[in-house]
Structure formats: C-alpha cells, structure tokens
Design a protein around this ligand. Structure first.
Ligand SMILES: C[S@@+](CC[C@H](N)C(=O)[O-])C[C@H]1O[C@@H](n2cnc3c(N)ncnc32)[C@H](O)[C@@H]1O
Length: 338
C-alpha cells in the first residue's frame, strides 16, 4: 500500500470515529443564538476538550483561545496602519488577509464583524480575500462552523467559506504550487478541494498576516518527548537571518513563534502589515539579538505593545490575573510594516 493510501485510510477512520462527536457539537452550537454565548461555547470546546482529548498535541500546537479584546485591538491597529502607510483599508479590494494559525477562527470572525455594514465589499472579501490555515482537525472543524455562522448572522445568507485550508503553514513554503513532500501534496490525495484551496491561497498576494501563532506553554526541557518537529526550510531561513546576525554563543531559535515570524516575513508582499500576538521574549532576550537586527532591516516600521506578564521575571506576580492569557509567559503584540 502506498504512503498516500495509508494516510488516506487512516484519516477516513479517524474522521469516521469523530463524526458523532462533531454532530453533537454542530447540534449544540445551533441552539445558541447570541454571538457572545457562541464564542464562550467554542472557547470551552476548543481549550478544555482538546486538553483532555490530546494533552500533548494541545501543548505542542499551542491550542489557546485569543481573547476578543486582543483580536479587535489588532484588527483596528492593522486597519489604521494600512491606511496610514498605504492609503488603503482592510475592507478595500486587493487587500488579502491571512491568519496562518487560525484555531477557532476568531480573527476571521472579528474581521467579518469589522466589515459589518458594507455588504458588497464584505461578500467579495469573504469569497476571495480572507484566508486561514489550521493544522489540527478539531479546531479546523470549529473554525469552519464559526466563520460560516458569523457570515450567515451578518448577511442573512449561508455561504460556504472557501478559503480555510487544512495545512501545516510552516510546511507550505512553495509559494505557487504545493511543493513536493509538503503537507499540501500529502493532503492532495486526501481532499482535492483542500489542495485546490492551498494552491489558490499560494497564488494570492498577501498584504496582511494577522494572528496568534502557537507557543509551547508547558514543555519544560529538551528531553520532553513532546518536542516540536523540524521544519528544514524555515529553520534554514532562520539560520541565514536571525542566527547569522546573532552574537549569542548558542542560538537555536526554533521556537514556534520565531518560525511563524520568519514564515510570515517571507510570505508577506511589499506594502504589507504583519500583526502577531506572541511570547514577549524577543524584546530583550540575548538569544533574540539577531532576530531584532533582522526585523529592523526587513521592516520599515515596527510597533510593539509590551503586555508584560512574565512570571519568571516577576516572581511576585501570582495567580492568572497578571497575564492577558492567564499564563506564565509574557505577551506582546507586534505590528511590522513592510
Ligand atoms: C494560539 S492558537 C490560535 C487561537 C485562535 N486565534 C483562536 O482564538 O481560536 C494556535 C493555533 O495554531 C494551530 N497551529 C499550530 N501549529 C500550526 C501550523 N504549523 N500550521 C497551522 N496551524 C498551526 C494550533 O492547532 C492552534 O489551533
């Protein structure tokens, strides 16, 4: 049996096993009418269920919901910066927006809300210029429901969201077609529709990359068998740039969020905006000196909102209220203009 056939069979079995569960989620979600309650329901499903269902994957993939206040602040900020630097707004034609680690699709849903009141432009954005990727099947499914339900609530019409891809963003480095050996090629055998979507996304000029890339919340040390996998192409780009510019003795920088910064910097077109909420360690840590030099060269302007909240640096902080995510790791929002 070929590798494709094996993957195909495995996936079919897994999806079949989960279908009853997904049907229950669909039925429960359909009962809830208010936007706020729906978001709370999804948050519980996404974080709590996933942590029990697959603790290691939840940690490795950074399955954490982004608070709505942060998402809306980042959308408003990216919109303002697009207007200030390029004379265009997010709603305008030819401004393609991508969330590369979409989770439950919060950024796309809040973008749809942001475009409320402009139905023609909203319909065009939804069909052609909003893009999202997710690598785990449960969040992928939840994002699909969430985005389509939000659009239906706003417009009174159900429309399939054609731009959600089931893909590992960091593998998706062949910019115009799915490169050999990438996830896109692998999933090509599983779902033709998905590979069409990936190719379509890859053919677009992306002007805004916005989102909350993963971080490992709990991995304590190198021996933890939940280590991240390698990404040869992205890691080579990190070596050529962030590591080459660093004076630190030993710099690894294969942190997931550094990889997402590298990927997004390369994917973004000129005249673009990168908006990420991440771990704040890049601001002052020694190992990120090469990262700081590189982004200063690659971007024209950089705005960082340091939200603090690092428990190790401030042991007096305790509980979960000190941090916008209720976690131990400090957080920052970055806006970078190319
Ligand atoms: C911090 S969460 C995003 C939360 C999202 N903004 C929300 O509010 O629901 C990060 C998400 O990225 C996904 N992810 C992790 N690595 C990825 C990759 N390499 N490619 C695509 N998605 C990835 C995880 O499965 C997770 O759902």
């Amino acid at each position: 049996m070929s590798r494709f056939e094996q993957t195909w069979r495995l996936l079919c079995q897994t999806l079949k096993g989960l279908e009853t569960y997904y049907a229950a989620i669909r039925a429960a979600a359909a009962q809830i009418s208010s936007h706020g309650e729906k978001q709370t329901f999804l948050k519980i499903i996404y974080e709590n269920f996933y942590k029990v269902y697959n603790t290691k994957a939840a940690d490795r993939l950074g399955v954490v919901y982004t608070p709505g206040e942060i998402v809306r602040f980042m959308i408003d900020g990216a919109d303002w910066l697009c207007e200030k630097h390029f004379g265009k707004n997010l709603i305008d034609k030819d401004v393609d927006i991508l969330d590369p680690a979409t989770g439950t699709g919060t950024f796309i849903c809040e973008l749809l809300e942001h475009f409320r009141g402009q139905p023609k432009k909203l319909a065009h954005k939804y069909q052609h210029e909003l893009h999202a990727n997710e690598v785990a099947i449960l969040p992928y499914y939840v994002a699909n429901l969430n985005i389509e339900a939000t659009y239906a609530a706003l417009t009174g019409q159900y429309q399939e969201f054609p731009n959600l891809c089931f893909v590992d963003t960091l593998d998706n480095v062949g910019l115009h077609t799915a490169a050999k050996g990438t996830t896109a090629e692998l999933f090509g055998s599983v779902s033709e529709e998905n590979v069409v979507r990936i190719k379509r996304q890859n053919s677009r000029k992306i002007s805004v990359v916005i989102g909350n890339p993963p971080y490992n919340a709990n991995q304590a040390n190198e021996n933890d068998n939940n280590k991240n996998r390698e990404y040869p192409q992205i890691d080579a780009r990190i070596k050529q740039t962030y590591i080459a510019q660093s004076t630190a003795q030993e710099t690894k920088l294969c942190d997931m969020y550094a990889r997402f910064f590298r990927w997004a910097s390369d994917r973004l077109a000129d005249n673009g905006v990168l908006a990420f909420v991440t771990n704040r360690s890049f601001i002052e840590s020694r190992t990120f000196d090469g990262f700081r030099k590189t982004v200063a060269q690659e971007f024209a302007d950089i705005y960082v909102v340091d939200l603090g909240g690092d428990v190790r640096a401030n042991p007096k902080l305790s509980g979960t209220k000190h941090n916008v995510f209720g976690i131990q790791t400090g957080v920052a929002i970055s806006f970078m203009i190319k």
